[in-house]
Design a protein around this ligand. Structure first.
Ligand code: GLN
Length: 569
């Protein structure tokens, strides 16, 4: 044994058990916590409500740090199939997370980090790592206090690090799920430790309206409250989601059963313009009640981007749209629209700035590939076409045919990630005459591997290190002077978020450029192409990044603005 390891072991026996739920220097009461839970069923709009609350409170000048808790044992969302789970959103720091984080960034106009995303897997990894390092000093490691303690520690650390006025926690799933039960318990303890005036619970429930009865039934909601209360949590506010407005008598019933004063029972029925929800929440006085519960006041916030005037202007722009444009998205998860949520949002953000609204049509690339429909039939009549990100082989030839059609017919084209790679393959095959051009993702044996695995990625794949190892998050690109990309972004260096393993291979750049393809943005450190375009085309622009992740209502992404502008013309 070396003297050093002797010292480490000796110190260990003196160490105290390290599971305090309070980070060093934490001051109680400085940050308030809003915990949003859902009952009755999933998919009722808990995320939309939480996002709207973020907007409302930040327009009031408060600093909000949101957290999404997902109960699954996956460490992050990176290994989840978007077909089952919806889009994998990527943060600036490369965290692959739930799409709700995207809603929060769009609601707040702020970049979030890994500290805003918590999963069951992340918590258990911390716990097991600590146990293996002997940190629990012989104790049995338990859900209470160890797991719940780790959760509270995570939230308090975020509160401190971000100097948040309010940490808003959205508990994924529904109350009563085994997967989030320990998390709800942690939230109960949080209120116990922080005090009643520092932690509040909002329960989003659903009021069913069976078609055969044509009236609202609150029984399922009542059962939901009972489940929440059985876990020791008394809600402070209830959001009743419903298809149509509920009557006062239903609201009164909810108030009695949930033990919540009637003025804190709100109804949010189905509403076409989600951007208006923050203003509605203000009109119905939810913010005033929240301030009362916490004993805080809003701040003057006229200078920042997030203020009520700017938000109202945006909502008005949506209402005043004069023209509808039709955009086709050629993908293969087209029956799960959530797979492309950020793209839908980016289009929604950009269109109002050109007095337009967007009608999206989903074009299943496998239908073109399987010749169920020709590219021409599938694509004619659109004002613009997007090929989004994707993985694997299925549907790829269909996407390539679609890109050929829009390139040859001068239809605005926006390519995102795989949408860049496939645009290059198409150009190489049909303009440069490289008939075998392909990505090795589709054909590992291709004679013309124009898109190939990024060299750094080889060892990850060979060692089966799949989770969290793609080229992830922000990378800067230098844009070419006089390029379309440069004109749209209005600056030389831009950063967008990435999530890929393949790249356009350097030795083919010259051939492509000789035939008129412009590599208009490059990650200089490694010489990786980040943007391509075809001058002379009405609009043909693609990026290796996911430009859709940085678009926000009051600051739409420049690529989407340019694309919509071209579609409107
Ligand atoms: N499958 C491609 C790659 O890994 C593109 C990824 C994507 O579109 N996000 O490089």
């Amino acid at each position: 044994m070396t003297p050093n390891s002797r010292k480490v072991l000796a110190e260990k026996t003196l160490e105290r058990e390290s599971y305090s739920p309070f980070p060093e220097g934490y001051v109680k009461g400085k940050t308030k916590y809003v915990i949003v839970t859902g009952s009755v069923m999933s998919g009722v709009g808990k995320g939309t409500f939480s996002g709207a609350l973020c907007t409302l409170l930040s327009c009031h000048g408060l600093k909000i740090s949101p957290v999404k808790f997902d109960g699954y044992i996956n460490f992050d969302a990176g290994t989840l199939n978007p077909f089952r789970h919806g889009e994998v959103f990527v943060l600036q720091d490369g965290t692959e997370c739930d799409l709700d984080l995207g809603s929060y960034e769009r609601a707040l106009h702020r970049n979030l980090t890994k500290d805003n995303y918590l999963t069951g897997g992340k918590i258990f990894k911390i716990i097991i790592d600590k146990e293996r390092a002997g940190k629990y000093l012989g104790r049995d490691v338990q859900f209470i206090p160890h797991v719940t303690g780790e959760i509270k520690y995570f939230l308090r650390s975020l509160a401190m690090k971000s100097s948040a006025d309010i940490v808003l926690v959205e508990v994924g799933g529904t109350v009563g799920d085994l997967e989030n039960s320990y998390f709800v318990e942690a939230m109960r303890e949080l209120r116990h430790e922080e005090g009643q005036s520092n932690v509040m619970f909002v329960n989003v429930t659903y009021i069913i309206e069976p078609g055969s009865l044509r009236e609202h039934k609150s029984k399922a909601a009542q059962i939901g409250f009972r489940q929440l209360m059985a876990l020791g949590v008394q809600p402070d506010m209830i959001i009743c989601r419903s298809q149509t407005p509920i009557t006062n008598s239903v609201a009164d019933k909810i108030s009695v059963f949930a033990n919540v004063p009637p003025e804190r029972v709100y109804n949010l029925y189905d509403f076409s313009n989600v951007y208006e929800i923050p203003l509605i929440l203000r009109d119905i006085g939810l913010d005033a009640e929240l301030f009362k519960i916490f004993g805080i006041a809003p701040r003057e916030n006229h200078d920042s981007l997030m203020n009520f005037n700017n938000w109202k202007d945006f909502v008005e722009k949506i209402k005043n749209a004069k023209k509808e444009i039709s955009v086709g998205i050629v993908g293969k998860y087209t029956n799960v629209h959530d797979s492309y949520l950020s793209i839908i949002k980016s289009l929604e953000h950009a269109a109002p700035y050109f007095s337009a609204s967007v009608k999206i049509k989903w074009i299943e690339s496998t239908d073109i590939e399987d010749e169920k429909i020709s590219a021409e039939e599938a694509l004619k009549g659109f004002d613009g076409i997007i090929v989004p990100g994707g993985f694997g082989k299925r549907g790829i030839e269909g996407k390539i045919q679609a890109i050929r059609y829009v390139r040859e017919n001068n239809i605005p084209y926006l390519g995102l990630c795989y949408g860049l790679q496939l645009a290059v393959v198409e150009f190489a095959r049909n303009v440069c005459g490289l008939k075998d051009a392909n990505t090795t993702e589709v054909d590992p044996e291709t004679g013309c591997p124009i898109i190939d695995i990024i060299p750094d990625q080889d060892s990850n794949i060979e060692n089966s290190r799949i989770g969290g190892t793609m080229r992830l998050g922000d990378y800067p690109a230098r844009l070419k002077p006089d390029s379309l990309a440069r004109r749209l972004y209005g600056k030389d260096i831009v950063s967008e978020r990435h999530r890929h393993r393949y790249e356009l291979v350097h030795k083919f750049h010259k051939t492509l450029e000789e035939k008129g393809l412009v590599i208009s943005g490059t990650y200089e450190e490694k010489g990786l192409p980040e943007f391509i375009e075809i001058p002379g085309h009405k609009f043909f622009l693609a990026t290796q990044a996911h430009a859709e992740f940085t678009s926000r209502p009051l600051q739409p992404n420049p690529m989407f603005l340019g694309f919509i502008e071209a579609c409107v013309k």
